[in-house]
Design a protein around this ligand. Structure first.
Ligand SMILES: O=C(O)C(=O)Cc1ccccc1
Length: 315
């Protein structure tokens, strides 16, 4: 009998326990009661998915204060055959923690995940001027390291860290923006599309054709002429030479919406490299608004009209 490997059931997330990424995974009903695998970085999470070790991975993709999580955007560009199947929002706030006995005046070096550090910079500059920063792989790893070595005097950690580590809280709510939110995506290796809900998002990576004036405008026209609104557009260096960029794009709507499908056809004709990262329900469940002339029926009628003109009556 040929051996078939069992379908994966575990979910990977940036660990250890207590991270915001874990809180995002807790929002996924399908993950309840399954094994959760704590990993050290986005690359490891995606490798788990590609290798079939995990059914899906939860990764941070954007923060309302610090912007796109570039490590995630680049990893999604470089690991093929992945699809985003869900989006989740987690409000984030940060505490400064230290080993017992440390006071704020003793703090010279701070462990922190780079995305957390970027969100607490103003507070740190005021309260701990001249401090050094040691990057950590996650918010919880930053705190855990205080008990493993004495390279740093304090760490930026999520509220609730004391449930996981015997540390002292020096300050709470040190984030520069009290309304900070991080957006996470659940990534799987599947070609199955989540069903359209009317409140969907499509994520794409698009490269521009060789340098020519108006190329960016032409890319944007693919969306504008089909009534598709963009909620995110960010450039990232492709990495092979100076001055070459890909665009990370989130567009309102689902690939099964006619206007989005038509925009994708336009992009495919125009761009040397389009990656479809997925269509999935928006975390905020906000229904997509568009004017009547971009309704599915209008696209279908136009296609049927053309077919009739060339003698290919629709069946
Ligand atoms: O999930 C975590 O806790 C992380 O360390 C990643 C992160 C960093 C900063 C804000 C949100 C998520």
């Amino acid at each position: 009998m040929p051996q078939t490997s069992p379908a994966p059931t575990s979910y990977s997330f940036l660990g250890p326990a207590g991270t915001f990424t874990e809180a995002a995974l807790a929002q996924v009903p399908e993950a309840a009661g399954k094994t959760w695998r704590a990993v050290n970085n986005v690359g490891e999470a995606l490798t788990d998915v590609v290798s079939g070790r995990s059914v899906a991975a939860m990764i941070a993709i954007e923060n309302s204060v610090d912007g796109g999580v570039t490590a995630t955007q680049d990893a999604l560009a470089n690991v093929p055959n992945l699809r985003i199947i869900g989006e989740y929002l987690v409000p984030v706030s940060f505490d400064l923690v230290a080993r017992h006995g440390t006071t704020l005046a003793d703090v010279h070096t701070v462990n922190a995940h780079p995305v957390a550090y970027a969100q607490c910079r103003a507070w740190l500059d005021a309260a701990v001027p001249g401090h050094g920063h040691i990057p950590a792989s996650s918010n919880v790893a930053a705190a855990a390291a205080l008990l493993e070595n004495d390279q740093a005097d304090a760490a930026i950690a999520p509220p609730g860290i004391l449930k996981h580590h015997d540390l002292a809280v020096l300050a709470t709510n040190i984030g520069d923006n009290p309304n900070a939110v991080t957006r996470f995506v659940l990534v799987a290796s599947t070609s199955e599309l989540p069903a359209p809900t009317g409140a969907d998002k499509t994520s794409l990576l698009v490269e521009l054709p060789e340098d020519h004036s108006g190329a960016l405008l032409e890319m944007l026209e693919q969306f504008a002429t089909r009534g598709v609104n963009l909620s995110l557009i960010q450039s990232r260096p492709i990495g092979d030479e100076l001055g070459r960029y890909r665009f990370v794009i989130d567009a309102d709507g689902h690939i099964l919406d006619e206007r989005m499908a038509d925009a994708l056809l336009g992009l495919r004709r125009f761009s040397p490299n389009v990656t479809f990262l997925g269509s999935y329900p928006r975390a905020d469940k906000r229904l997509i608004e568009f004017t009547d002339r971009y309704d599915d029926g209008i696209f279908i009628e136009a296609r049927d009209w053309l077919r009739a003109l060339i003698g290919q009556d629709p069946a």
